[in-house]
Design a protein around this ligand. Sequence first.
Ligand code: CAA
Length: 380
Amino acid sequence: MFKLSEEQQEIVELVREYATDKIAPLAEEIDHEGRFPRENIEGLTEMGFMGLCIPEEYGGIGMDELTKSLVIIELAKACASTAVIVDVHYLVSDIIMHMANEEQKSKYLPMAAEGKLGAFCLTEPGAGSDAGGLRTKAVKNGNDYILNGQKCFITNCGPNEGDYFVVIALTDPEKKTHGGMTAFLVDRDNPGLSIGKTENKMGIKGSETSELWLTDCRVPETAILGKIGDGFKIAMIGLDGGRIGIASQAVGIAEGALAEAVKYAGERIQFGKPIAANQGLQWYIAEMATRTEAAKMLVYEAADLRERGEDCTKVAAMAKLFAGEAACFVTDLALQIHGGYGYMKDYAIERMYRDARITRIYEGTSEVQKMVIARSVMKR
Ligand code: CAA
């Protein structure tokens, strides 16, 4: 059984208070206008949360993996867009913390703690679930590498957002996933980097998602993260953590939707009594609460494994699979409980329902998580 430390509880209370007072009241407007919630990121930076797991010597507050999940859960209850912006930022900080050399850490980690956003650039038009199918190339040229290619669906990448990019590119196309890819750190002001189309999404509309073009993008050898050929493994290890983050986002959305459903069911009178008095509805609530709690326990277990440096690939995939499915189940029933009103934009549940849907897709679809789990269980 997980018992939060006093420090973890304090952080949960702090972030919950901030999310309830400042973030939640803006969520509807951010969704409606599809605008980036800059003020939320600034507020979270002031409170130290953008550098949550970054060691103190680099300007962070040095917390652990579970706390990261706790923060994302609280943010997602209030605003799923803000939660994914922070989650991807954590994913990139985490890759830099674990894979970068001292010089790179000294440059990028203080930037991250100051709220400058990182983006993770793996996906390409022809390389979604099959991440190994990417075509962006990095060719050696003297002491530099020249990158050419197109990335898509990149979170924290937009006309005004995204300060540094972890880009995965082929350095040895023959070897592909088995040592043929390398990770590079590319700065926003690199003249070879440009932002393409920004997507108009169904949900998480405050999070910017864009194409990234690399056109004769010259980076020095010192931009390599880890070693030449480490790129695919860096991406996969990063995604193990990222999946725990998205599972946390899904748990937060589910908790938020459950609370909305309980509130509405207590207030809505039909046939002379609150609809909450109906056993059929109570069974909905019981099922929603059980799945949400079970998803949370998987998140806690995965975060705990990762914190202890143990193999978390399987449990992270289980958490992502189960939590994503649970978030969609819970938001669907919560909307059902709201009846016709739930279909209207006047109620938060309409946004939550749309926001939940992506948690079964990004950071690996539910089907990819099943591949990862089955391979791990069957040891192949
Ligand atoms: N940790 C460490 N190493 C790993 C690993 C892990 N979790 N997973 C794979 N590897 C290693 C393998 O051991 C293998 O190493 P060797 O070369 O030494 O043998 C190598 O990587 C290749 O592995 P596979 O043969 O298993 O690779 P594959 O081509 O079969 O792909 C996959 C496996 C799991 C399906 C992978 O392609 C995948 O995860 N796809 C989904 C991609 C994804 O999640 N994209 C999300 C994009 S980011 C995003 O969505 C962010 C956002 O906006 C919120």
